[in-house]
Design a protein. Structure first.
Length: 255
């Protein structure tokens, strides 16, 4: 059975790699369409990147997932100001995806080079801002967060479930995690427990828990703060974020 699964995965991976040059060409076309403000260009580019992220990770080419995660974040933030410079950065993400076509791009040294390039692009896109991951299951509350933090000089990425959040936390560095206690798949306590045990750059980041549940949280999870889900939620989050951010990001806290 395991042999059959391995053979199937190898077949799917080979098929994916055969299609990847064409999919990269499509990404480049979508980027250029977005630069020239073609109707529906943003949705089409985002759809293609999101599809590639799921497919690449599913067939075992794991490095494609963080590239596409970061690519999605970049095009989302650049939507309103997508000029020639933004297009050049977007095309650089496509080039990183292209590297995985050659076997050398999927070997440890090739993957390390892609990860290094990703980190350089991430730091450049932040421009000194703090990076915050916010995990909230309610669409209404997510929209509220998006509105309240949109003008802040921080990069806020918003997710709705715990598994995706944990995946991002294990792959990408953040300065602060804000997470709702109750999530549809993996709850916040499980996410924090896994994160604290992991050997990654986010293992010790400040965590702000959104919860009105009085049940205690294990001390070993080292929560920065618990914020109640009430009328003071946004104000309290901003206050605790300002305290939790590292000193070099103090001028980037949400206001």
């Amino acid at each position: 059975m395991s042999f059959d699964l391995e053979s199937l995965l190898a077949e799917l991976q080979a098929e994916f790699l055969d299609e990847l040059p064409g999919r990269c060409d499509d990404l480049e076309t979508a980027v250029l369409s977005l630069e020239t403000k073609q109707p529906g260009a943003f949705d089409e580019l985002f759809r293609q990147v999101h599809s590639l992220k799921g497919t690449g990770g599913g067939v075992g080419i794991a490095i494609i997932t963080p590239v596409c995660h970061q690519f999605e974040t970049y095009i989302g933030e650049s939507k309103q100001r997508f000029d020639r410079k933004a297009a050049s950065v977007a095309l650089a993400y496509v080039d990183l995806i292209r590297r995985t076509i050659a076997p050398s791009g999927r070997e440890p040294t090739g993957i390390a080079a892609i990860e290094q390039a990703l980190e350089q692009m991430r730091v450049a896109s932040l421009s000194g801002r703090a990076s915050i991951l916010l995990v909230e299951p309610s669409q209404t509350v997510r929209m509220l967060f998006q509105k309240e933090f949109a003008s802040a000089s921080t990069q806020v990425q918003i997710l709705k479930n715990g598994l995706e959040a944990l995946d991002r936390l294990l792959r990408e560095p953040f300065d602060v995690l804000i997470i709702s206690r109750e999530l549809p798949d993996l709850n916040a306590i499980a996410v924090m427990a896994a994160l604290r045990e992991a050997r990654c750059r986010n293992s010790d980041i400040p965590v702000i828990l959104i919860s009105s549940n009085p049940a205690p949280v294990p001390k070993r999870l080292a929560l920065h703060a618990v914020v109640k889900r009430d009328v003071n939620l946004i104000a309290e989050l901003k206050r605790h974020i300002g305290v939790a951010l590292p000193p070099q990001a103090a001028d980037s806290r949400p206001r």
